[in-house]
Design a protein around this ligand. Structure first.
Ligand SMILES: [Zn+2]
Ligand SMILES: [Zn+2]
Length: 267
């Protein structure tokens, strides 16, 4: 039985395991693409949970979007949606990096509650980067849909936006943020996929969604760069200033003042 303090131990870090394990440095797919990815082992309740989460979010987002478009179509200040959408995409990108970093660097596959559903997919992705290309829509979007369900439900329950600038901005921000977060794993999948629709390649070339060459930085080396996987816009800044590694060193220092930095153990 693992103690809670073990869940943040670098001993359980999949990165270190992948780098020091008998199979050597992790590959970027290739030969391992044909291996089973565990989809068959996903319990029925996990699959049902993904379907319910994503379906509910889709219904709520459609309701909120139709209401917003009606107000904007009636002469509301539509222009505010442009800066608000950019802000929401930045926020989604940052949150994707924060969650990715947390799931890469802390906890383990068998951590109670979150291990199977949240941590495992990130660890699997390092061992087999192409497994994500074999995941379906619901598996990719279920967890993220659940994460943004509450704010979208809140704006739906609040009723249609009033014509005021602030109300339209709040509704627009929540809708774009939720859409971007719900689609993040799909963007990530497309960054690994050999075959993508032409519209997706267009979006990737213009850096409007995560591009393969921008994301390659994460899989090159020790997985310590390029954590943001929605648009990847924030990666250059976060990487240049080593924001997340510095934060991690500070956190580990809090958890274990006598040994503030991760210690690589041979296995
Ligand atoms: Zn990762
Ligand atoms: Zn990846």
């Amino acid at each position: 039985m693992r103690r809670p303090e073990d869940w943040i131990s670098p001993f359980h870090d999949a990165n270190l395991h992948a780098l020091t394990g008998p199979s050597g440095p992790p590959d970027r797919g290739g030969d391992r693409a044909a291996e089973p990815d565990g989809e068959e082992q996903r319990p029925f309740w996990v699959k049902a949970f993904d379907v319910v989460s994503l379906s509910t979010l889709t219904f709520l987002l459609a309701t909120a979007t139709v209401r917003l478009l009606r107000v904007v179509g009636d002469g509301g200040p539509w222009w505010v949606l442009l800066p608000v959408s950019a802000l929401a995409l930045l926020a989604a990108d940052f949150l994707s990096g924060l969650v990715h970093w947390t799931c890469d660097r802390f906890f383990a596959d068998d951590t109670p509650l979150i291990g199977r559903m949240l941590i495992h997919p990130f660890r699997e992705h390092h061992r087999d980067p192409l497994a994500i290309t074999r995941h379906g829509l619901f598996e990719l979007g279920g967890n993220n849909a659940l994460a943004v369900l509450l704010p979208v439900l809140a704006i739906v329950l609040a009723g249609p936006p009033r014509g005021a600038l602030g109300s339209i901005a709040v509704h627009g921000f929540v809708i774009v943020l939720a859409l971007a977060i719900a689609a993040t794993n799909q963007f990530h999948k497309w960054a690994h996929a050999a075959h993508r629709p032409s519209a997706v390649r267009w979006l990737q070339r213009r850096r409007l969604i995560l591009s393969p060459d921008a994301h390659e930085r994460h899989h090159r080396g020790d997985f310590s760069h390029g954590y943001c996987v929605t648009t990847g816009w924030l990666n250059p800044v976060l990487d240049a200033y080593r924001v997340l590694p510095r934060f991690e060193a500070w956190l580990r220092g809090l958890a274990s003042p006598a040994s503030p930095l991760p210690v690589r153990r041979s296995s």
